[in-house]
Structure formats: structure tokens, C-alpha cells
Design a protein around this ligand. Structure first.
Ligand SMILES: [Zn+2]
Length: 137
């Protein structure tokens, strides 16, 4: 096991708990609107598409596509490895649900736009940070 990278951990609230703690069960979860079926992220009290408040945490496949990325060479946190890949990925179920994340499990220079990735979780205390690794084609 390698050392886990340093993370500034999110504050878990009742509104985002499904997202940050779903990894305990290996699930990437988003609020899903009952009436229209849209996924809502970041967590909000109403659906942005139909304004319904009927939102339920729902697991998705965890598959996603890299929409854009950058190599971070800047030592923002002294303990982190450099460079590392900061990416925005679009989930398979709904491409307008985008996550800012890190791409792991491959050399930074192998990451490209359109790359198929799948979620993995990095456990830190009581938070499971979703990160994404390449899917073997
Ligand atoms: Zn809706």
C-alpha cells in the first residue's frame, strides 16, 4: 500500500452525506429527481430542471468520461505527489453531471479528453473521496 495523498477533507452534512460516504459501500451516489429522473449535483434542495423537491440519493454505475483536465505542478499542498491530474469528468448516466476529481492509476501523460474512467474511492477518516481510474478497453 502506498501512502494516501494529503487531502483537505470536505465537510460532511446531511445534504451531501450520500455523496461523500457512498464509497463505504462502493457506491457513487447522487440525488436523483423522482418526477424527471435527473441527477442533481452538487446537492441542492430542488431539482434544477423541474423544481421538484422529490430527490433521493441514487447510485450510478461509476463510469465516466474525462471532459477536461490539467496537470497540476504547483505544490499547493507540500505532502502531495507532483504532478497530478485534476480533471472534470462527466458521468455516464448524465453528461451534465460533472465532477472535479483526480485521475489515478495511470501516468499523468496518459490522460486524455474522452478517456473512459471508472470510480474508485480513497478513504480518509469518515469520508470516501471519489477518484477515477482508466477503464481497460
Ligand atoms: Zn426534476
Amino acid at each position: 500500500m502506498s501512502e494516501k495523498p494529503f487531502r483537505v477533507l470536505p465537510r460532511v452534512t446531511p445534504q451531501n452525506q450520500h455523496f461523500w460516504c457512498g464509497g463505504a459501500e462502493g457506491k457513487l451516489q447522487f440525488l436523483r429527481c423522482g418526477p424527471c429522473g435527473s441527477y442533481v449535483h452538487p446537492p441542492a434542495p430542488v431539482c434544477g430542471k423541474c423544481l421538484s423537491k422529490d430527490l433521493t440519493p441514487t447510485a450510478v454505475s461509476g463510469r465516466a468520461t474525462v471532459a477536461t483536465f490539467t496537470l497540476n505542478h504547483q505544490p499547493w499542498v507540500p505532502a502531495a505527489d507532483h504532478p497530478y491530474v485534476v480533471a472534470i469528468v462527466e458521468i455516464e448516466e448524465q453528461p451534465d453531471v460533472r465532477l472535479m476529481t483526480n485521475i489515478v492509476g495511470c501516468p499523468p501523460e496518459a490522460v486524455h479528453i474522452g478517456m473512459a474512467v471508472a470510480v474508485e474511492f480513497e478513504e480518509h477518516e469518515d469520508v470516501w473521496i471519489p477518484v477515477f481510474a482508466p477503464v481497460d478497453a
